[in-house]
Write a protein that binds this ligand. Sequence first.
Ligand code: PLP
Length: 394
Amino acid sequence: MGTYGRFPITLVRGQGCWVRDHRGRRYLDAVAGIATCTLGHSDPAMRRALSQQLRRLQHVSNLYRIQEQEDLARWLVDHSCADSVFFCNSGAEANEAAIKLARKHGHTVRGIDRPVILTAQSSFHGRTLAAVSATGQPRYHAGFEPMVEGFETFPYNDLHGFEALLNRMEANGPRVAAVLLEPLQGEGGVNPGTVDFFRAVREHCSQRKILLILDEVQTGMGRTGCLWGYEQLGIEPDAFTLAKGLGGGHAIGALLVQQHADHFQPGDHASTFGGNPFACRAGLTVARELQRRHLLANVDARAEQLRTGLQTLVARHPDQLSGVRGWGLLQGLVLREEGSFQAADVVKAALDQGLLLVAAGPQVVRMVPPLVINRREVTSLIRRLAAALESLQA
Ligand code: PLP
């Protein structure tokens, strides 16, 4: 179906941070399946692990214990604030699970009949009906109304706005089950959360026994230079969701919860494919390679280089570019509203220069390369982007 506006190229091969199209043309991939191919393309460790897994066991039902699922859950729990994990297949699905969890929390812990979840304007939580209802961008709702009820939005990083909404919702007793937030808004324009705002929200949630749930679908698994985006903010969520980078290009999603938020009983939630041996082996491989290859340190070093390079471009095109923002290898080049081109134009011009980029709204060009990107490749990224901007300026 015509759900995607596609570029007229077919990508047929990939190696590390590079992909080739059907004509043999090579591109540096700073999209990485949109922040997903953590180890790049055709990674040797991933190839070995998944070939072996295909020979051993690909899929069995969650009617039985699954060793790879338990191993990945163990790794996630050992390396985060969470105590248990539910596996599914995508970011939207992970958020669906989180929304159900939040409602159950509202009913059982706060005694609310019709629980409400607070989310931020400009957020993005996925395209299933509940996830899109949680998404604070009306353009994703248009044409699909009525939305799922039980979501209210406030301006991101705006403590007064948050407190005003919370107080209004709770004026006559408990109504709010959870607050669902991205630590950094990815699709919404690469907007990092602020420490003061998230600390205050954490405090309000703790005081009222409201769940603080973070959507780490884009920020998780080392993308920001920390394993989890919440580390950038100095807080711990009661629950958080993962997908994208967790499987390094293989379909997996997860909801992670602290023990006090672990409300699901047998029969409450399920997924046929969720947490199957193949997907979990992919996740385990990403996890182990992140550690073995010290990829968090690589993210920090390459992010510094990328930011510096992007700032040079901002200085070179002050009438078009207004700045750079983001964490780690999730960076946004911000265009001026009054400039003569938009993010989509930059993405297209970059494609002509052999560089894959993705927009985050009309004014932000997003860079989310594989976490294995090296110094030479970041230099090449900047050079290609510089050429793309020159061509647009001309
Ligand atoms: N949440 C966030 C923060 C995302 O960035 C995305 C996808 O871009 C999603 C959820 C939805 O993930 P998926 O496309 O895997 O359903």
